[in-house]
Design a protein. Structure first.
Length: 117
């Protein structure tokens, strides 16, 4: 099992930047993949970015070129650097981890990001 704790959410103006962090309760080098997803009020949860154990990254089209996901195994942490934030990025952001390609999956409690126009 993996416990995930996110931090870094805040209120920021449009065009600003934030860096989200997620700390895992155990070594992350053996996890198949980690990532971030988000959920805005009244909308379905959306996968934002993922990074696999081999370092392969994927981003939602809506954040490509603005967000960067990174993983630091020595600190058991996963970060999401978010630049050029837009009001549409407002959501609760959740860190997730997948033990294997077939699960199980784990999620943190989420951190709120609010972007004002």
């Amino acid at each position: 099992q993996v416990h995930l704790v996110e931090s870094g959410g805040d209120l920021v103006q449009s065009g600003g930047s934030l860096r989200l962090s997620c700390v895992a309760s155990r070594n992350i080098y053996s996890l198949y993949a980690m990532g971030w997803d988000r959920q805005a009020p009244g909308k379905q949860r959306e996968l934002v970015a993922t990074i696999t154990d081999s370092g392969r990254v994927n981003y939602a089209d809506s954040v490509k070129g603005r967000f960067t996901i990174s993983r630091e195994t020595a600190k058991n942490s996963l970060d999401l650097q978010m630049n050029s934030l837009e009001p549409g990025d407002t959501a609760v952001y959740y860190c997730n981890a997948l033990s294997t390609a077939y699960g199980p999956g784990y999620w943190g409690q989420g951190t709120q990001v609010t972007v004002s126009s």
